[in-house]
Design a protein around this ligand. Structure first.
Ligand SMILES: NC(=O)c1ccc[n+]([C@@H]2O[C@H](COP(=O)([O-])OP(=O)(O)OC[C@H]3O[C@@H](n4cnc5c(N)ncnc54)[C@H](OP(=O)(O)O)[C@@H]3O)[C@@H](O)[C@H]2O)c1
Length: 259
């Protein structure tokens, strides 16, 4: 008996609209491409790197997907308002998935903490997430939506030498749990992913991806290597899709088993 091709399967995010902050490079870029491959139309947000964002849009459209790049600083309320208005214009006012990926990091030990450093990291990493959640929550349709926050292993395990950064990610975990309860009556799910070291343009520029640090992370990672953005992105696709419909308020350690 011959078995012919089965019925064509519908991609898990077909006809969904997703907005990914900080998607011009690194983890955000991989997430934007993966969401598009799963069928979503994607708003690719960036702060300054227009060329990177356009590259991501081109990658998506060349594979038959739909994407648009929109500049906005997530730490600015005015910019966030414009970001979502431009997303409305691009995709007809629909929004189903928000990925809060935009984030900054640099080493600050206790003696280096200043109000300026605190404000800078908290404005982008925490206020930015709240502003985007606010704008998305008012747009999600009656059937609900999915918010995925990119937190960090630093939230629970700490990140020696990066005091303020790890505090911002602890705030993201707390915000994720609280918002998941507040938005549950509207079937808006809120989850976080918490990666360990991921090799990106950002970690390389910040000096967090040196050969020595890679060796250290490899040694303490059960799966025996450090992560790439492509290791992280499929987890976000899962959290964006109906396959994760019974998950909310979770912080998922996407670390390859860091001990
Ligand atoms: N890489 C890791 O090891 C690791 C581990 C755990 C968690 N994370 C988290 O994962 C996220 C991405 O990290 P990454 O390593 O991929 O970073 P990255 O390579 O430095 O890329 C950061 C992205 O965020 C954007 N961005 C920065 N500030 C922004 C702002 N104010 N408004 C809008 N977009 C902004 C950048 O846009 P422009 O390029 O246009 O400036 C860029 O697209 C961050 O939240 C980070 O904390 C990373």
């Amino acid at each position: 008996m011959s078995v012919g091709p089965g019925p064509a399967t519908t991609p898990p995010l077909a006809s969904r609209i997703a907005l990914v902050t900080g998607a011009s490079r690194g983890i955000g870029a991989a997430i934007a491409v993966a969401l598009a491959e799963a069928g979503a139309s994607v708003v690719v947000n960036y702060a300054a790197n227009a060329a990177g964002a356009e590259r991501v849009v081109r990658t998506i459209t060349e594979r038959g997907g739909r994407a648009v790049a929109v500049q906005a600083d997530v730490g600015s309320a005015e910019d966030v308002e414009r970001l979502f208005l431009e997303a409305d214009r691009a995709f007809g006012g629909q929004l189903d998935v928000l990925v809060n990926n935009a984030g900054i990091y640099y080493a600050t030990d206790l003696q280096e903490v200043t109000p300026e450093v605190f404000d800078h990291l908290f404005r982008i990493n925490v206020l930015g997430v709240m502003l985007c959640c606010q704008a998305a929550a008012s747009r999600f349709p009656g059937e609900g939506g999915s918010i995925i926050n990119v937190s960090s292993l630093a939230a629970t395990k700490g990140a020696s030498g990066s005091l303020v950064y790890s505090a911002t990610k602890g705030a993201i975990d707390a915000l994720t749990r609280t918002l998941s309860e507040d938005l549950a009556p509207r079937n808006i799910r809120v989850n976080a992913i918490n990666p360990g070291l991921v090799i990106t343009e950002g970690t390389q520029a910040a000096g967090f991806a040196t050969a020595e640090l890679e060796r250290l992370w490899t040694a303490k990672t059960a799966l025996g290597r450090v992560a790439t953005p492509e290791d992280i992105a499929p987890v976000v696709v899962f959290l964006a899709s109906a396959a994760s419909r019974w998950l909310t308020g979770e912080t998922i350690h996407t670390t390859g088993g860091v001990r």
